[in-house]
Design a protein around this ligand. Structure first.
Ligand code: FDA
Length: 308
């Protein structure tokens, strides 16, 4: 019930100010966000990779409305890729980007501006021996994001994309993307979407997730199973076996701070396990989506308001 309210709040500037100013918010944010700056984020990356996990780093930010901020996002990613190169992490550390932070939503030439910015990031990633994955945002951005993916893959074929099983269109997108060399992260979807484009019932979203996973696992691409759901993880392992895939022909992905014991268990069993590591000062939208996802996350946040 609260999920849709929190998702609406995730796009409210008024709520952003209230939540960000609450003194108790910070410790809760720290559970999901690896630091405001690059330095603590890289400390977390070192600890994760030392434990046998891989990472994809996200410099937090979204819904940028001016060109200067879009360029600043690009520059933050260039600094991040310098750090990844300096540590010699290669493919163990890749980056995830939200195109709305690169200017995609700008009213004039947003698509082209985002492409120009992200192209420079893809070039830096290739030079650092790693890859970029395009996160997926609300449904109005999907066509533009997949067109940018096609464009980037011409020169940087390792560029990946995210697809969301809650959207009706996604099975078709999976069929198109399940080709050799194509990296696809399958998630359930985290935005508030209308019934005209997306399943509203959680069971329908789960069923669609399994259908999409079957397509990706049977296809020629590289599936990335982005879920904390024990059922989806078990189905992913089973489908991998049935399709003759070895660990490393696919991977699991989970968010920083969520089911960390399970992340280590999968890595310990020889699975490739990548942790999505968000960092940066603009954590509000990301944080609110995590609260919306799960009552226990919200309860953890609300408990922090109780003294003692
Ligand atoms: P879901 O929330 O449906 O929960 C199912 C079950 O998983 C629960 O009943 C519980 O058993 C277990 N579980 C879930 N969370 C848990 C927790 N905190 N502790 C213990 N158990 C838990 N979305 C998007 O729209 N665009 C994107 O680009 C991305 N990118 C992305 C990257 C990665 C690596 C991940 C893991 C997720 C995303 N997402 C995303 C978010 C995604 O769409 C989705 O909102 C969340 O992953 C939640 O869905 P789950 O499949 O994890 O399980």
């Amino acid at each position: 019930m609260l999920g849709p309210v929190l998702l609406a709040a995730s796009r409210s500037d008024r709520m952003r100010r209230i939540v960000a100013a609450a003194p108790v918010t910070r410790p809760v944010v720290d559970r999901f966000v690896a630091g405001d700056e690059l330095r603590p984020a890289m400390d977390n990356v070192r600890a994760l990779t030392a434990a046998g996990l891989e990472v994809t780093l996200d410099h937090l930010g979204e819904d940028v409305t001016d060109r200067a901020t879009a360029n600043a996002t690009r520059d933050a990613y260039l600094r991040l890729l310098d750090a990844i190169a300096a540590e010699g992490l290669g493919k163990r550390a890749e980056v995830s980007v939200k195109l709305s932070a690169f200017g995609q939503a700008l009213p004039v030439d947003g698509h082209d501006i985002a492409l120009e910015n992200v192209r420079q990031v893809a070039e830096a990633a290739t030079a650092a021996g790693t890859t970029v994955t395009l996160d997926m945002e609300d449904h109005t951005t999907v066509d533009s994001t997949l067109a940018i993916l096609d464009e980037l893959r011409k020169e940087h074929p390792g560029t990946g994309a995210v697809v969301q099983s809650y959207l009706f269109r996604t099975e078709d997108d999976c069929r198109r993307l399940a080709t050799p060399g194509s990296r696809v992260r399958l998630v359930k979807g985290a935005y508030k979407e209308p019934a005209s484009v997306a399943y509203q019932d959680k069971r329908e979203v789960d069923r669609a997730y399994v259908r999409c996973l079957k397509i990706l696992m049977a296809g020629g691409g590289y599936p990335m199973i982005g879920s904390h759901d024990p059922r989806m993880i078990a189905i992913g392992e089973d489908l991998a076996r049935r399709n003759g895939r070895q660990p490393g022909d696919y991977e699991f992905q989970m968010l920083f701070g969520i089911r960390t014991a399970e992340q280590r268990r999968l890595a310990g069993e020889g699975e490739r396990m990548r942790v999505y590591v968000p960092y940066g000062a603009d954590w509000y939208g990301y944080f609110m989506r995590r609260l919306a996802e799960r009552p226990a996350n919200l309860a953890f946040f609300l408990r922090s308001f109780v003294p003692g």
